[in-house]
Design a protein around this ligand. Structure first.
Ligand SMILES: *Cc1c(COP(=O)(O)O)cnc(C)c1O
Length: 352
């Protein structure tokens, strides 16, 4: 191994305390976590230890200035109970793009992959097997320098924690189009999975939820018309079954689920356009009945139908979920690949 990992197993597993039939997202964490430190220009001291609180200085740079990036992927059990990951190398590449944008060191792909594989293998019992369930894997990296002066940092910590999560829910979401707040702007960090992107969305989200919505759909602040993405999801719309999704313009996250779904839909013979998508055109299609589908995609939700759009004080009820064709089809195809119920024609699965 290029990056030897020291493993200190827990002496008291918490596994038997978990009711796998009732696991809210992000509430429980598996027995172990991975840590590596970057100092003197290199990654060192890679280790897996029992999951525990961190002891860090209150002056730790990332706590004050948000120099922190993260990733999200899932480990699944296949039909015969073997653990596997879905396209983890894509997460590794995106992590390093986020690192570059945030002035942080890259984590070599071998270190990233070995760390995830070793950690998931050790906590394999934490991967739920009920239909639609999985083990969420959360790598993250933060600046560790103990100074509150704003200047480039040199010390970093790369960590991975994992959390069992229950079945995907399929309740259509209510999405409010933000027409005053923006999530990202040209030249900013919208394409990075950077902590600060999310902190800034908490007020708009709170306001949307107060009005009965689940999520916010972001527009480009230059025109307040070009659709970007929603919360932690990329978005897709189908007009007369032709599929449109916002292009990667530097403001949105390049979702692994998004790019996989584009490939699958094209293979299924659907026309998919990655382009500028105008909210006015989507609303017009909703009004004249040609908007046949609308859905969000991401690791956490996989594929989730958008049931209602709120825009400039009006709400638009979209086509009934029972009548939709594309979103249920693509969700099933994705899930079947993730658990090896159908063949992995694209080479997306990494077995552990
Ligand atoms: C993580 C994330 C997504 C989805 O990316 P996946 O790789 O599909 O999980 C979309 N948008 C934002 C803002 C995200 O943070």
């Amino acid at each position: 191994m290029a990056y030897p990992i020291t493993i200190t197993p827990t002496t008291k597993s918490r596994l038997q305390n978990i009711d796998f039939n009732n696991i809210p997202f992000g509430k429980y964490y598996a027995d172990h976590m991975f840590i590596a430190n970057y100092a003197d220009g290199k990654w060192q001291n890679s280790r897996i230890v029992p999951f525990d609180n961190l002891s860090i200085s209150p002056a730790t740079f990332s706590l004050h200035y948000g120099q922190l990036i993260f990733e999200g992927m899932k480990a699944y059990k296949d039909v015969s109970g073997n653990a596997q990951l879905f396209r983890p190398e894509q997460n590794s590449e995106r992590f390093n793009k986020s690192a570059l944008r945030m002035g942080m060191p890259e984590v070599p792909k071998e270190l990233f992959m070995e760390a995830i594989k070793e950690l998931v293998k050790l906590d394999i019992g934490w991967i739920p097997v009920t239909e639609g369930s999985s083990l969420y894997v959360r790598p993250f990296m933060m600046a560790m320098d103990n100074h509150i002066g704003v200047k480039p940092t040199t010390e970093f910590q790369f960590m991975i924690i994992t959390s069992p999560c229950g079945p995907y829910f399929n309740r259509p979401v209510k999405v409010l189009v933000a027409d005053t707040y923006v999530r990202a702007f040209s030249g900013g960090t919208g394409a990075a999975k950077a902590a600060g992107n999310y902190g800034a969305t908490m007020l708009p989200l709170k306001e949307a939820q107060k009005d009965g919505f689940d999520q916010v759909l972001w527009l480009d602040g230059r025109d307040f018309d070009t659709i970007e993405e929603a919360g932690t999801m990329n978005v897709f719309f189908a007009i007369n079954n032709v599929v449109y999704t916002p292009e990667l313009d530097g403001n949105i996250l390049d979702g692994v689920t998004r790019s996989s779904i584009i490939e699958l839909l094209r293979k299924d013979g659907y026309e998919v356009h990655e382009q500028k998508v105008s909210i006015k055109e989507i609303i017009a299609a909703a009004e004249n009945g040609t908007l046949t589908d609308a859905f969000g995609t991401g690791t956490a939700v996989l594929v989730i139908p958008i049931g209602i759009l709120g825009y400039k004080g009006k709400t638009y009820e979209l086509s009934p979920v029972e009548k939709r064709v594309i979103s249920p089809l693509i969700k099933k195809q994705m899930w079947d690949i993730m658990v090896s119920r159908s063949p992995d024609k694209f080479g997306w699965i990494i077995k552990l």
